[in-house]
Write a protein that binds this ligand. Structure first.
Ligand code: V47
Length: 360
């Protein structure tokens, strides 16, 4: 929507929000639906600038998707293969070591690890993988295993998630990635990913991690069959969880990629992407960072998102597989100089960070 559909009171409220001011879900829904993308962008840019000035963060990172074999069959996912299906793969620990050592000359600060729920991998594999990362790259932060994977490890082991997190922390787990959140609405989950852990369990595991001093990321998969009510409900649950047990580092709106999966939906338009970035910056007053994940949004939309409320551009990535399996037309990775130039071209100041946004 180019023209504003807000009444004058709502317009005034949106344009005069104070830094960090909390907005309620009803107002969030009203502006998400009726404000123009310019009004939203201006208000979110103000919030972003109040927190981060003209900095735009990036991280020198490497993704490791250790297996695509998964016992769940999420409708939106084009990455998974059933056990025994052609195209399924699992990295041996030697293969994982090779992928890490192949890039040992590069100053990588973060190793991002996620994979499918592979019924054939023993628990020890995950502990060994974490220890391997710490052995090969002692300086890097290991951000590994979504809450969905943690739940799978606990269930297959017959233990609780706190035990899994404690044991993993002891061998090298530093942070959890934000995947697997999808959209929290139970009705949506039933349609999108009925086998997946519930929203309550996802949030519980992040809360447990926060209690143990393990910081975590958060995501929302959007631009498919969900409504604005679903998006605001999702953010409301995240905001409440952060109030209760703080520890979320960043929120990442993940733009749905429509190819090669069982869901029939188009993916968000550029305008919807910007609108979602802005509303998330305005609503999630207690989560410090909003990430423009260029691998899913495309580079140009991510550049624009920095002007619409996002302050982080993620990283070099190298080998993005999940979005690309579903048709993402961005590159699979960027060199560090491409990343810095891409950010600088927006007019913001590129700042290298680690997983926790410590500036380097
Ligand atoms: O949980 C799956 C999503 C997520 C599709 O924490 C899809 O820093 C779009 O969570 N279209 C994994 N998305 C990726 C993820 C992530 C990525 C980068 C950084 C971080 C972080 C986390 O990808 C899954 C799911 O929500 N996904 N299929 C698809 N067709």
């Amino acid at each position: 929507m180019i023209e504003s559909g807000l009444d004058s009171a709502a317009k005034k409220r949106l344009s005069t929000l104070k830094a960090g001011e909390r907005i309620d879900p009803e107002f969030a829904l009203e502006i998400a639906r009726n404000a123009s993308v310019h009004e939203l962008g201006e208000a979110a840019l103000k919030q972003r600038r109040a927190r981060h000035g003209d900095k735009a963060y990036y991280v020198y990172n490497q993704h490791l998707n250790y297996t695509n074999v998964c016992r769940n069959q999420c409708r939106f996912c084009a990455f998974f293969k059933k056990a025994g299906e052609e195209g399924g793969y699992t990295y041996s620990l030697e293969e994982a070591r090779k992928r890490l050592t192949d890039r040992i000359h590069e100053p990588i600060r973060e190793i991002h690890i996620t994979g499918g729920l592979n019924p054939d991998l023993p628990y020890q594999y995950y502990l060994d993988l974490l220890a391997l990362c710490k052995e090969v790259r002692p300086q890097a932060v290991v951000k590994a295993f979504t809450a969905v994977e943690v739940a799978h490890f606990a269930d297959t082991l017959g233990t609780d998630e706190a035990t899994v997190l404690r044991e993993m922390k002891a061998v090298g787990l530093d942070a959890l990635p934000g995947g697997g959140a999808e959209v929290f609405s139970p009705a949506m989950r039933e349609q999108l990913c009925p086998e997946k852990v519930t929203a309550d369990r996802w949030l519980h595991i992040h809360g447990l991690a926060h209690d143990m001093g393990i910081k975590t990321n958060s995501t929302m998969l959007f631009g498919h069959i969900e409504s604005w009510e679903d998006r605001i409900y999702h953010m409301e649950r995240l905001r409440a969880a952060e109030d209760e047990k703080p520890g979320f580092i960043v929120f990442i709106p993940l733009a749905y990629q429509p190819r090669n999966n069982a869901l029939s939906a188009a993916g968000p338009t550029g305008e919807d992407y910007l609108r979602t970035i802005s509303v998330s910056r305005l609503f999630l007053d207690n989560i410090p960072h909003i990430k423009a994940y260029w691998a899913f949004s495309g580079i140009k939309a991510a550049q624009m998102a920095l002007w619409a409320g996002a302050d982080d551009f993620d990283g070099t990535i190298v080998e993005e597989k999940i979005g690309h399996a579903a048709g993402a037309d961005s590159p699979k990775g960027m060199t560090i100089s491409e990343l810095v130039e891409t950010i600088a071209a927006t007019g913001f100041t590129p700042v290298e960070r680690d997983t926790f946004f410590a500036e380097l």
